[in-house]
Design a protein around this ligand. Structure first.
Ligand code: C2O
Length: 520
C-alpha cells in the first residue's frame, strides 16, 4: 500500500447551503468537507488543525475499524483528549475496509454544524457498474446553530423544527414566507447529477443527519443495493431504501428510462423522528439524462412512506462474504442490557447512569495511567476473552432493549458501535425481548456498523473480540448521544498498547488541551 496524506482545517464561518445564511463549521471552508479516498490497505496520514475560536474538536472515521489503532478513533474523552484551538493532531491508520463512509467531528453536536466529509476506499472490483457518481449525502439542516436549538430543547422542552433537507449540502429554500428575515437571501440550488443512457451508475448514499431517517428513491428507476455500511451484500432490487442517521447504502442505478429529467427524493420519515420538519417534502434533487437541460422534472413518485420506523428488512441484507457467529459460549459479555429509562426531563440514561465524558481525561489515558476503572459509577463496561491467550474466536453479544415508558419508548434509535462491524442477531419491533436466544440468527446474519433499535423493541448484536481498545456504542441521533445515550466497552484491557511516536502524540494532545483550558 501507499501513504495518502490529507490536511483538514476545522473552522467557523457563515454558510449559505440553501439560500439562508447561518453561522456554521466547516472542513477547509466547504460543506461537505473534502473527499478522502485511498485503496484498501493504504496508510492514511490526516493532519487535523483546530482553527475553531473556542471549541475543542476530534475527528472520527465512521465505521473504520482502527485495528490496533484505538488512539486514532477520534472520540474526545474516550480515545483522546480534544484537540485544543490552534493545535494540530495527525491521525495515522491503515485502511482496513473498502466501500463508502464518512468522517465527522465527534465533539458534541459539531458535525451537524457542518463538520463532516466523504470517504471512499477502493477494493476488489466485484460490483458491476460503469460510472461512479461518488458519495451522496442526505442531511437535515437547521437555520439556527444546533447548539442553540438544542439549548432550547433542553431548557424549554420545545420540539425543535429542522429547517430543510440537503442533498450533498445543497437545496433551495422558499424565502417568500420569510420576507423580513435578513438571513434569507435566496440563491440555493437543487443537487443535480447526470446519467449516461444505458449505463449503470454507482451512488454511495450516506445519511449524515442530526436526527432524521429518509426514504430515498429516483422516479422511474429501480435501485440495486450492493452494500450496507462497509459490507458488500448479495445485490437486491427495490424501488426505494430507508436509511437512518449514519447508515450507508451503495446502490447501482441503470439509466434505462426515457425522459430528460427525473426527481430523486429523500423523503423525511416522520415516524422515525421526535423533531418536526418545517419542509418535509423538499428533499429533492435532479437526475438529468440531458446535461444541457435546465428544466425542472415533472415526474411523480408512488413510493409510500413506511408506517413505522425500521431498517431495510434483514432478509434483504445478506452479506456477500458469509460469516457465521460462533463460539459465543466462551463470551464473558452475555446478555448485557442497556435499558433506556426516563429519569428527569429529556435525559436519557442506560442502566440508570449516564456516560460522563471528560475531555481532558479520556478513558484511554486512564488505562495508560493504570487507573482502576471498574466498577465505574457510569457506563464503562469491561469485555474480555475467557482466557487471555484463547486462540480461537470469541464473541460478545449485546442485547439493547428500548424499555422507556410512554412516548419516549416510541422513539427508535440508530445504534452505532465503534471498532467493529456487528452481526445483527435479532431486531424486535414493538416487542420486548423474551430473554432467550431462540429467535437469534447465527448463520450469516446482516452485518454493518449502524442499525435501528426499534421503538418499544430490542436489538441483539454480536461482535468479535478481535480489537483491543476502548469503543463507544451509542445512538447516532446527535442530541441523544450528547444526552448520554452511549456506553463504552473496554475490550481486552491487558492487550491495549500504544507505543513510541503514537503515544507521544497522544500525550502531547492532552498536554495542549490542559494548557488551553487553564488559560481560558
Ligand atoms: Cu459516526 Cu460515534 O460515530
Amino acid at each position: 500500500g501507499k501513504t495518502v496524506e490529507v490536511w483538514l482545517s476545522a473552522q467557523e464561518g457563515i454558510c449559505n447551503q440553501d439560500g439562508y445564511n447561518r453561522p456554521c463549521m466547516t472542513f477547509n471552508g466547504t460543506i461537505p468537507g473534502p473527499l478522502i479516498t485511498a485503496n484498501w490497505g493504504d496508510d492514511l496520514v490526516i493532519h487535523v488543525t483546530n482553527n475553531l475560536e473556542s471549541n475543542g474538536t476530534a475527528i472520527h472515521w465512521h465505521g473504520l475499524r482502527q485495528l490496533n489503532t484505538v488512539q486514532y478513533d477520534g472520540v474526545p474523552g474516550v480515545t483522546q483528549c480534544a484537540i485544543a484551538p490552534g493545535e494540530t493532531l495527525t491521525y495515522r491508520y491503515k485502511v482496513s475496509q473498502y466501500g463508502s463512509t464518512w468522517y465527522h467531528s465527534h465533539f458534541s453536536l459539531q458535525y451537524s454544524e457542518g463538520l463532516f466529509g466523504p470517504m471512499v476506499f477502493n477494493g476488489p472490483a466485484t460490483a458491476n457498474y460503469d460510472e461512479d457518481l461518488g458519495v451522496l449525502f442526505l442531511q437535515d439542516w437547521s437555520h439556527t446553530t444546533v447548539f442553540r436549538a438544542w439549548g432550547h430543547k433542553q431548557r424549554y422542552g420545545i420540539t425543535h423544527s429542522l429547517s430543510n433537507l440537503l442533498l450533498n449540502g445543497t437545496n433551495t429554500f422558499d424565502c417568500s414566507a420569510h420576507d423580513s428575515d435578513p438571513n434569507c437571501v435566496g440563491g440555493g440550488k437543487k443537487f443535480e447529477t447526470v446519467f449516461k443512457p444505458g449505463k449503470k451508475h454507482l451512488i454511495r448514499l450516506a445519511n449524515v443527519a442530526l436526527d432524521s431517517q429518509f426514504r430515498f428513491s429516483i422516479d422511474g428507476h429501480k435501485l440495486k443495493v450492493i452494500a450496507n455500511d462497509l459490507v458488500p451484500i448479495e445485490p437486491y432490487e427495490t424501488d426505494s431504501v430507508v436509511i437512518s442517521a449514519a447508515q450507508r447504502y451503495d446502490i447501482v442505478v441503470e439509466a434505462n428510462a426515457k425522459s430528460d429529467n427525473y426527481w430523486m427524493r429523500a423523503v423525511w420519515v416522520n415516524t422515525c423522528s421526535a423533531v418536526a420538519n418545517d419542509n418535509p417534502n423538499s428533499g429533492t434533487g435532479i437526475v438529468r439524462y440531458d446535461a444541457s437541460s435546465v428544466a425542472e422534472p415533472t415526474t411523480t413518485s408512488n413510493v409510500m412512506l413506511p408506517a413505522g420506523c425500521a431498517d431495510e428488512p434483514g432478509e434483504s441484507l445478506v452479506p456477500y462474504v458469509k460469516v457465521d457467529v460462533g463460539n459465543i459460549a466462551g463470551t464473558t459479555l452475555e446478555n448485557l442490557n442497556m435499558r433506556l429509562t426516563h429519569e428527569g426531563v429529556f435525559q436519557w440514561t442506560i442502566n440508570s447512569s449516564t456516560l460522563i465524558i471528560d475531555w481532558a481525561n479520556p478513558t484511554l489515558k486512564q488505562i495508560f495511567d493504570g487507573v482502576d476503572l471498574f466498577p465505574t459509577p457510569y457506563n464503562v463496561v469491561p469485555v474480555d476473552k475467557t482466557s487471555p491467550d484463547h486462540a480461537g474466536d470469541e464473541w460478545a453479544i449485546l442485547v439493547i432493549e428500548n424499555v422507556a415508558a410512554g412516548a419516549l419508548g416510541e422513539v427508535a434509535h440508530p445504534i452505532h458501535l465503534h471498532g467493529h462491524d456487528f452481526w445483527i442477531l435479532a431486531q424486535g419491533y414493538g416487542t420486548h425481548w423474551d430473554g432467550t436466544q431462540d429467535s437469534f440468527q447465527f448463520t450469516n446474519p446482516p452485518r454493518r456498523d449502524t442499525a435501528i433499535l426499534p421503538a418499544h423493541g430490542y436489538l441483539a448484536i454480536a461482535f468479535r473480540l478481535d480489537n483491543p481498545g476502548v469503543w463507544l456504542v451509542h445512538c447516532h441521533i446527535a442530541w441523544h448521544a450528547s444526552q448520554g445515550l452511549s456506553l463504552e466497552f473496554v475490550e481486552r484491557r491487558g492487550s491495549i498498547s500504544v507505543q513510541g511516536q503514537d503515544r507521544k502524540v497522544f500525550d502531547e494532545t492532552c498536554q495542549a488541551w490542559d494548557r488551553w483550558e487553564s488559560q481560558s
